[in-house]
Design a protein around this ligand. Sequence first.
Ligand SMILES: Cc1ncc(COP(=O)(O)O)c(C=O)c1O
Length: 420
Amino acid sequence: MSKTAVGAPVAARGVGFDVERIRADFPILRRQIRGRALTYLDNAATTQKPQAMLDALMEYYTTSNANVHRGVHLLSEIATEAHEAARGKVRAFLNAGSTREIVFTRNSTEGINLVAHAFGRWRVQAGDEVVITAMEHHSNIVPWQLLCEERGAHLRVAPIDDSGALLLDELEALLTPRTKLLSVTHMSNALGTINPIATIVKLAHARGVPVLVDGSQAAYHLPVDVRALDCDFYVATGHKLYGPTGIGVLYGREALLEEMPPFMGGGDMIRSVTFEKSTWNELPYKFEAGTPDIAGAIGLGAALDYITAVGLEQIGAHERDLLDYGTAALLEIPGLRLIGTAPHKASILSFVLDGVHPHDVGTIVDQEGVAIRTGHHCAQPVMERFGVPATARASLAMYNTRRDIDVLVAAIRRVQSVFG
Ligand SMILES: Cc1ncc(COP(=O)(O)O)c(C=O)c1O
């Protein structure tokens, strides 16, 4: 095989947006669940995988498997090139200025923890503050709590309104000379709210506050340009980007990454080691200790090729149509309340049904082959804000159809008939 065959082009390239053609690229969508066609509406938890991504993984392990950055033999060279090519694809996908700014992680959670450890321990002192928002996933709360506890610093939380939109004035008021970092989600997994990141970054930078953006949800729904956003850190997670589990990315502004101490120690992240002292490898390897998830990065690269070939603008327009259709259909169901109605939102339909626990909703719709999420969605403070213990959440991806929404609505009506 040629070196370039890893992560080969995709079936969908150049076909425009044809949802049935896209569905055909996702083998799992052909399987039956409990004797019915799968209606997969749990995309905010993880998305399904296109054949081209699966082929890239298989091809890597079948033809190119070797450890990276250490071998003089050809296979190691091929594996290293494929791994670095995947980094290049992530750079292009996020429009970062350099691959030195793209660090491979295990997932978004690890990316945030990396910044909390390496940036946080370097910059945050007793009495300082870290600002987050009331719509964050636990991954963007707990690392900051741990940091603040360790450093004697304080966590401040910008509130949201009843629709789930961020209160920008209140956020701005929290940014003071004590603020050492603002960490904010681009899109809420529990509500669907999309935050105006470029505006938020301007507010923060005007006060000298660096900004980390949690792009776990946004990155597979809308085009992301870290240079246009001007954020300092941006994290994303491969398994939501139609890629494998176990691979994620952290974009970091080069000047900050250069100055930050390492996160984990080990092989690959060093330049030299003696028992007295070690020195660090160049970017981005300083932050990549140990053997990386080589196959995962290559799979992610193939997934990004796939997304790019379909086009995030077109994916966004398709999902917008489904969100509007789904919102209207759900609002016709008596006793259903949508949680998360911000004017700027995407792809999430979180709801509660009068008299039925969300867990029962999830269990009964599963009997109809419909996969949705129920619970607190790793955002317990959001549930508290809306006074509910949990919600049922249908979440959309590029391969969903209006038919999926119709099946969901019929299944919810069945829930209601079971509960009388
Ligand atoms: C907004 C948000 N942040 C962070 C995460 C964490 O992602 P991961 O578990 O892949 O690290 C998720 C996952 O659901 C998410 O939706």
